[in-house]
Design a protein around this ligand. Sequence first.
Ligand code: SPV
Ligand code: MG
Length: 611
Amino acid sequence: MKAIILKSDFSSYIVHNDEDLLKRQLRLLSKFAITDIYFLYNSNSIDEYCREYNINYYIADDIYNVIDGNLEDDILILNGDSIFSEAVLSDVLSFNTKSAAVNSYANISDNIKNIDINTRDNLFYYFPIIKINKFSNISDYSKIFEFEDISLIDNNRSEICIVLDDDIKNREYINNYFNKQRVVYLAFSTDIIHGGHIRILKKAKELGKVVVGVMGDQAVASFKRYPVLDYEHRYEIIKNIKYVDEVIEQKTLSYTDNLMSIKPDYVVHGDEWRDDNLKYIREETINTLKKIGGILIEYPFSKDKEFNVLEYKSAEYLSVPEIRRGRLKKILSYKPTVSIIEAHNGLTGLIAEKTTVVKDGKYYQFDGMWVSSLCDSTSRGKPDIELVDLSSRLQTINEIMEVTTKPIILDADTGGLIEHFIYNVKTLERIGVSAVIIEDKIGLKKNSLFGTEVEQQQDTIENFCNKISSGKKVLKTKDFMIIARIESLILEKGMEDALNRAFEYSRAGADGIMIHSRKKEPDEIFEFCNKFREKDNKSYLVVVPTTFNTVTEDEFSCMGVNIVIYANQLTRSAFPAMKKTAETILYNRRAKEADDMCMSIKDILTLIPEE
Ligand code: SPV
Ligand code: MG
């Protein structure tokens, strides 16, 4: 890397701490091992300064000759009268595009000019830094200043200014520039602090006082995996990093509240959020910064493989039974209502694990999975009558567990005989399932949504309580939950029976109550929730809104519901789609007509990555 410094005769401007513009530039360049420098204008101090920084210098009078003679190397072109931070220089040097320029900030005074992308004509006069990459292949170097092949790394960075005249205003500005304590804000959601983060923090520190907002667990879990280290741990670690001056909590994904309260000069972030699922937060942050006169600075995101490995390791860690099992209770401790979706194999498990949506600037994802008896049976082509035995159900759970990290609730039908249930509960707890839901029926169980159309028998309160307490007794951890499902409304036994059973089951040790209904209107569910919550504020309340599907999670939340289970929608949507495809192929005696109904071959091949 070589450098060309234009207009170094401005070097007599005092910048800061007795260091003039030229000396400052040479110090920064030598710091980045740039020690071959061409000067377009001579200055008295060149000799002395270059000796101090071990710089080989050359005097030239034509910039194009210098460029032509040094095509085998990257070349940095600087104006001798521009001031820029070390962080900016480091950014320009790391740029791999054809060439890079950096813009200056606002019109500070008439003499310190802003470079605008539209002011091409003035560019030669005003640009602060340009890097010409040796692979640029720019055929006509006189064109480089016409902005054809130049990408701006940022056109709004206040840590650059250009001084055109030595007047009192400029000196004042320069002094303010160096003396003002700038506040730099970063939000951290990560629980694995690696070299990439430290590099960004170090750069942030060069810009000013570093304030880090540590994101709350709920905010983190809303857009990526559940944090391996909880908020308190993460806060403690970040507080003790030497580049961090202050740590505060950022409760939400949105930066806005914290930005409005601390009004930082800069927000620093890796550039990966331009395209990932935080891009909406990025836009919101830019808008908020506009209001407070701050600037967003984005550094290239670290793509080091070793850091990715840490991420895989965290996912692996989260899938360990000990960790997965307790996560449902943890999420319930900070989220009033969790959202659970059915999974019946690895693929549907991945959908439950990875699906995210953004609505009104908020991120949503499912909190866990429901291994439904209906869907587990249906996917095997069997009726939902407790025909699929626990060993087979365990295979399904294992398949899902292999590729996911989220907590699992098992639909264990009636739970079977008490003698069997206590064995099964131990197994489920051991393998990392978070909760089992058993329904208060005996005999040949049929799906609840048949209601009274088929013969179904409800268990006695006594026997079912016995089943619950026997299961609770054999548990080894506080993480695993037994949830009692009440079929009174399904079997039209009345609200009073349902409530009576709910209180009895809670007394027997059930961690939660699932109240089921097959009515389209949610009235009986709401009535139950209200009446139950009048007396019991502790037990978790669970609903499966298959028929009463107009109610939103927020509405359930207001009714005191803690777990909403979407019990069968993946199976119910996949089946008609598959059937239609099969019929279309059969009808046309070829697959072409079905192609529009299918994902592309490329997509299916890359859907599941090898790692
Ligand atoms: C299941 O998903 O298997 C259930 C819920 O038990 S329901 O089908 O509504 O009975
Ligand atoms: Mg079921």
